[in-house]
Design a protein. Structure first.
Lengths: 176, 1134
């Protein structure tokens, strides 16, 4: 598991009230995605992953995160992109979703950026492609577009409660 | 009923948690008492229900039911409240022998308790709809009606309705007795669920029941403090009756201005059963007091009414807890505080400085009290001062309350007593009912009586006020009362009578008479006049409207002398008490100073009277008594001193009696999840320690085995000889002084230096070893301690089965004795929770199938009564739980036949089974030897459940049986659930863990020993044919299966020199075996189980995961599920 790059996010929440939010942006295929920083616990390097049977393909397996066993989701597979061998840039983003800690494999983590809420545009109805249903919006940046992901929803629908009789907890949106 | 609005969700949740906790205990107690009752009823002659132990049991149950009622009322849990209320009715009726205690009643109670348990369980699960108790409520109503207690019920219900209308509080359910005159404290209908009111109701009931056991026909009740002695002395005869709940409280809050604890006897809680709960109580009480304190502080800040509410709830909780452990004095203080808060809260008046100050003081005093309690002292001294102040404040507020436009109080009070203001005055004047056990409903008439004497002024002779109490169930009580009034008229002039003389004859269910009179006759004469047949007790007091102090000593003393109680001290106390009504605040100050508590009290006290809010002094003046204030103060000052002295004396006595008690252990309530976490961490520590040990051991052997020294020595010797000799062929090369020689010697020197380093290293390694060894021991102890914190005795669990057996016995006509052994054996809390289910199946089986009917047993030469033994003990690192019966045992023939019938086996297979194998069939689902399916068993699922459950706890269950002799089931469980001894195996570059308990054996077979039977690879191991399974096939692997290893079985995969050998781990589950093919076995290790559901979800076939010493994650296989899967695939293939 080696080194961990932990984000300091203590003041992240305070800033949110002021109409700005902090995102962690990451790369997946050709697209750049963003996740609210409050959801991200830490970012770690790829390590050995113990595979688990009886799970959907996008569950890569389990890792030991400081004595906690957490599942690893390959976001590429989740979004229906072709699987790719891990590179030096490949990272696991450890996110907290409804009390569960889950690792998400992404091609690369780009940066932490602060945006204004005004910068978020609703996803255009024509957008189709990987993860369409998990988009909450698009963020216009100078260098291009960033796809804002509702990470809760991604893991909610199938991974966490999944096809194994989800218990219908109410979705409390921590965002916005 | 919805929870009373106005509480924050959080607080309700908190309270609910407490309630669930508490109700568990209470239900357990109810159940246990009920069982004991059932037992003694069946053993005893019918109709002998008056046995003292039965009465005690009824009391016990009553208390439990009442506590539940109070708690549920507070939380607004209508269903539970209703049901417990009904139970109280039944228990009360039984206690008064209005109904005959028989099987039907007990059954009904059992049903009620069951229903309560269900309700509590539903609450625990968070269900909104609680099970409906109406059927049982109806049945209880029926029962009471039949027992001609109908009138009581109907009048009770009427009273309830009236009360509801009056109070507009839907949660208020009053409990009034037949013909009871309107209650004086109706005005203070309690806010949160009417709990306070119910509390006093019960006191009333209990005091009545006490009365009924008082045999003397006209005992003059000793007065004042002597009362405490009276109870203490009486306790012996009533064998443990000491804690009659709040029953011993004389319930005369209104009149108790002087000694708030008079007549209150705390249980001797430093001995006996309650002592076990004391640490818990102290602990909880401290928490509660902290909360209270916090609420006070935040009230000071915010002045918000919700804080008053919160304080009320907190005080109520404390009251409940204190009276549950028998600390009635503390309960009383809390009760008073609650009342005051209530009155203030209702009036929407802010609590001003003095009130807050007093409440702070109360909290402090209670804290001090708890501290002493924790040290094993029971000291009321610290409570007395604040309690007195509370008492007075309450009276003041109440009196004032009749004038203020409060929401409830005036309407109810005034309609009954036009002269209530005067009555209040009288009460203040002659508030000396304290310590006398008189039903609360007579307190107001008493006050009125006294008031009438005061208001009418002196006529002739002395003024007397009295209460005559009739024996319960006295026929024609009205006539008797009339007679008494007439007799009294002979020697005295009756100034007041309650009920009114004209109404006496019509009065139904009369049980007492309050009067006031002027008479020149002596007290003795009066008493004689009053004592007629049917009179239970007479309370007679001389009332001196002008100088209360003078007459009272004379009046009080005879009573005390008669009862043979101590004379000196109480007199002093009495004097002081009577002298002080107007000098209360001063006396209180003296008292508190005398006991050394809160010395600042004296300075603050006077402000209480002069404060802007109505308080005691204001009341006095409204009542027109202010004119006498000055003189009274003057006359009473000697009394003050006496009071101070006697108080301190009493405190001393209490201190002395208390200090001998044992030290109370401190406890702490901890969330079990934290303990789980602690346990997990310890488990990991233990595993790391094992690894460390291994490393150190390796290091040591490596170092010890090194030939470093040897080689250096040889080199040195050789070099020495070579250089010295000079005659060797190498002579020139290594000659003395040659460069080479020098170089070599230098190397040798360096080697020697290295050697020293090496030695130091070895010493270090030894040190490391020692310290690791030390760590070892500490870890062991840590693990032990952590485990111990989770251990609870199995006793309560085992005792639960008494009930199970009892029910079975009733339905079956069998005679069964349940013997419980080793109830002190401690098990992990989680384990206990899980064990209930399997054990219930085993016990039911034993009772239902094992034990024969009495006739059959006698025929077989066994005692008619069968025995089931439930036994628990520790054995090595395991816990053994045995369930054995002396019944008919398992019939192998029958099992075989059944198995064939059910299609579990073919007849030929059945033939071949050994006895042992046959018995094992019982674990198969669907097999039952019962001829018919009964209510409790016979479906054949039970044993399957037992086995599955025990295995989920990593335990095993075995059975021994002998036809005609009985069956024994032995459950073996690990001490803890957290650590799992496992075998690590390697399959296709993945490490898997197999619980050691599930492994039958490990074998290596040559390929030739593996045959294919109908497409399945099977191995023949010691004559058994076992199917071979592969994890690659059993599971669905999404990520391209297990690495690059070919998917096909080992038969075709060449693996180096081992290619012709196959390693098989034979796993067994319920007599089914599979052979798991593995690449190789790594070894045994203790693993800490990590749940997959914590961060993901459960996965069929896996018990969980574990982190190995190297930090990697290994999957722990669920062998039972594997076997199921294997069998499933097997059948699908065929």
């Amino acid at each position: 598991m080696a080194t961990t790059e932990t984000f300091v996010k203590s003041h992240a929440r305070k800033q949110e009230a002021a109409g700005t939010m902090q995102l962690v942006s990451f790369q997946l295929g050709q697209e750049e995605y963003g996740v609210e920083i409050t959801k991200v616990q830490e970012i770690i390097l790829m390590g050995e992953i113990t595979r688990v049977p009886q799970t959907p393909p996008y569950i890569k397996g389990l890792i030991n995160l400081r004595s906690t066993v957490i599942p690893i989701v390959d976001l590429r597979l989740r979004f229906g992109l072709p699987e790719q061998p891990a590179t030096d840039a490949t990272r696991i983003m450890v996110v907290n979703v409804r009390g569960k800690t889950v690792g998400i494999v992404v091609d690369a983590v780009n940066e932490v950026l602060r945006i204004n809420r005004e910068q978020i545009a609703p996803p255009p109805p024509t957008v189709s492609g990987p993860g369409r249903e998990y988009l909450t919006g698009l963020v216009r940046l100078n260098k291009g577009l960033l796809i804002l992901l509702d990470i809760d929803k991604i893991l909610d629908e199938e991974e966490i409660n999944g096809s194994f009789g989800g218990n219908g907890e109410t979705v409390e949106s921590l965002a916005c | 009923m919805a929870p009373t609005p106005g509480y924050s969700e959080e607080m309700m949740g908190d309270l609910l948690g407490d309630f669930l906790d508490e109700s568990g205990h209470l239900l357990g107690r109810l159940n246990e008492s009920l069982l004991a009752l059932d037992q003694s009823l069946r053993e005893g002659e019918p109709g002998e229900s008056a046995l003292p132990e039965i009465a005690e049991l009824l009391n016990e149950m009553f208390r439990a039911a009442h506590s539940l009622k109070g708690l549920s009322g507070m939380l607004g849990l209508g269903e539970i409240h209703e049901l417990t209320h009904r139970m109280e009715n039944v228990l009360d009726a039984a206690r008064r022998e209005q109904i005959v205690l028989d099987g039907r009643v007990v059954d009904l109670l059992f049903r009620a308790v069951d229903c309560l348990s269900e309700q509590v369980e539903a609450l625990r699960k968070g269900d909104v709809a609680l099970p409906d108790p109406s059927a049982i409520v109806e049945a209880i109503g029926q029962l009471l009606r039949e027992a001609s207690a109908e009138r009581q019920i109907s009048s009770q219900e009427d009273a309830e309705n009236i009360l509801r209308q009056l109070s507009h509080l839907e949660t208020l359910v009053g409990e009034l007795s037949p013909g009871e005159p309107p209650r004086e404290d109706r005005g203070e209908a309690r806010g949160p669920g009417g709990a306070g009111e119910l509390h006093s109701d019960i006191r009333h009931n209990q005091s009545q029941s006490e009365k009924s056991c008082d045999v003397s026909s006209a005992t003059v009740t000793p007065l004042g403090d002597a009362k405490a002695g009276y109870f203490a002395g009486d306790r012996g005869t009533r064998s443990g009756e000491g804690h009659t709940g709040a029953g011993t409280t004389p319930a005369g809050e209104m009149s108790q201005s002087e000694d708030p604890f008079a007549g209150i006897v705390d249980d001797d809680l430093l001995s006996g059963a309650t002592s076990a709960y004391l640490p818990l109580f102290v602990d909880e009480a401290r928490g509660t007091l902290d909360e209270w304190h916090e609420a006070l502080l935040s009230y000071e800040e915010s002045r918000s009414a919700s804080e008053i509410q919160k304080m009320m709830i907190v005080a109520h909780r404390l009251k409940g807890a204190a009276s549950a452990v028998g600390l009635r004095s503390a309960a009383k203080v809390a009760h008073l505080a609650e009342d005051i808060l209530q009155i203030l809260g209702e009036g929407h008046q802010p609590l001003l400085g003095e009130y807050l100050e007093l409440l702070f003081k109360v909290v402090d005093a209670l804290r001090a009290y708890m501290d002493r309690l924790a040290k094993g002292e029971s000291s009321l001294a610290v409570l007395r001062g604040p309690a007195q102040q509370l008492c007075r404040l309450k009276q003041g507020l109440e009196a004032f309350g009749s004038h203020r436009p409060g929401p409830l109080a005036p309407s109810t009070k005034d309609e009954r007593i036009p002269a209530s203001a005067a009555a209040e005055g009288g009460k203040e004047k002659v508030a000396d009912l304290c310590g006398v056990d008189v039903p609360e409903r007579y307190h107001l008439p008493w006050a009125e009586a006294c008031a009438s004497l005061v208001s009418q002024g002196r006529e002739k002779g002395s003024a007397y006020a009295g209460i005559v109490l009739f024996r319960p169930e006295l026929q024609l009580a009205g006539l008797k009362a009339r007679l008494i009034v007439e007799k009294l008229g002979d020697v005295a002039e009756v100034a007041y009578c309650f009920p009114k003389v004209a109404e006496l004859e019509e009065a139904d269910g009369l049980d007492g008479l309050v009067f006031a009179c002027w008479s020149e006759a002596s007290e003795e004469t009066l008493r004689r006049q009053l004592t007629v047949g049917g009179v239970d007790r007479v309370v007679l007091r001389r009332v001196s409207p002008e100088g209360p102090a003078q007459g009272e000593v004379a009046a009080g003393q005879p009573g005390r002398n008669r009862s043979g109680q101590k004379v000196e001290e109480p007199v002093a106390a009495e004097t002081a008490q009577n002298a002080s009504p107007d000098a209360d605040s001063l006396e209180a100050a003296t008292t508190t100073q005398a006991v050394g508590q809160l010395p600042d009290n004296a300075g603050k006290q006077p402000t209480l009277g002069g404060g802007p809010l109505p308080s005691f002094c204001n009341v006095e003046s409204t009542l027109g008594a202010a004119s006498r204030l000055g003189t009274d103060r003057a006359t009473s000052s000697p009394g003050q001193e006496l009071a101070g002295k006697s108080q301190s004396l009493r405190c001393e006595v209490q201190n002395r009696s208390g200090s001998s008690g044992p030290q109370v252990n401190e406890t702490l309530r901890v969330d079990i999840e934290r303990l789980d976490e602690l346990m997990n961490l310890t488990g990991e520590l233990v595993i790391q320690r094992a690894r460390l040990n291994q490393l150190v051991e390796n290091l040591r052997t490596k170092m010890a085995g090194s030939s470093f020294f040897q080689l250096t020595r040889w080199l040195k010797e050789f070099l020495g000889r070579a250089t010295a000799g000079g005659a060797t062929s190498a002579g020139d090369f290594l000659g003395v002084g040659s460069n080479h020689s020098k170089t070599l010697w230098r190397i040798v020197e360096q080697l020697e230096a290295e050697q020293r380093e090496w030695l130091a290293l070895r010493a270090l390694s030894n040190e490391l070893r020692v310290s690791v060894h030390q760590l070892d021991r500490i870890t062991d102890r840590l693990q032990q301690t952590v485990m111990n914190t989770r251990m609870v005795p199995i006793g309560p669990l085992l005792h639960r089965f008494k009930r199970v057996v009892r029910d079975l016995v009733r339905n079956s006509g069998k005679q069964i004795r349940l013997v419980i052994l080793g109830e002190k054996t401690e098990l992990d809390k989680r384990m206990i929770d899980e064990l209930a289910d399997p054990l219930i199946h085993l016990v039911r089986n034993a009772a239902d199938h094992g034990i024969e009917l009495p006739e059959e047993r006698l025929r077989l030469g066994k005692p008619a009564e069968g025995t089931i033994v439930l036994e628990a003990c520790h054995k090595g690192n395991a816990i053994i739980i045995r369930v054995s019966d002396d019944g008919r045992g398992l019939d192998a023939e029958k099992i075989r036949r059944k198995a064939v019938e059910k299609g579990l086996l073919s007849p030929t297979e059945a033939e071949r089974l050994s006895l042992e194998e046959t018995y094992q069939l019982i674990w198969r689902p669907g097999l039952s030897t019962a001829e018919k399916v009964t209510e409790v068993s016979g479906r054949g699922m039970g044993m399957d459940i037992v086995k599955a459950k025990i295995e989920s706890l990593n335990g095993t269950v075995e059975l021994q049986t002998e036809l005609g002799r009985g069956t024994t089931f032995t459950i073996k469980l690990p001490l803890t659930l957290a650590i799992l001894p496992s075998l690590l195996v390697r399959v296709a570059d993945n490490t898997f863990a197999l619980p050691v308990d599930t492994i039958v054996e490990i074998v290596q077979l040559g390929k030739e020993q593996i045959a294919t039977v109908q497409g399945m690879a099977t191995a023949v191991v010691r004559g058994r044919v076992i199917p071979i399974c592969h994890l690659q096939e059993l599971f669905v692997w999404n990520t391209g299966l297990l690495k690059e290893v070919p998917q096909s079985s080992a038969l075709s995969s060449p693996r180096g020199e081992d290619a012709h050998k196959v390693t098989l781990v034979i796993l067994g589950d319920r007599q089914r075996e599979i052979a798991l093919e593995v690449d190789y076995v790594i070894g045994e290790e203790d693993l800490v189980i990590k749940s997959l559901a914590d961060n993901y979800r459960t996965i069929p076939g896996l018990t969980g995961a574990s982190i190995l010493g190297d930090g990697s994650v290994a999957l722990i296989l669920d062998v039972a599920a594997l076997v199921d899967m294997a069998c499933g695939t097997a059948t699908s293939r065929w």
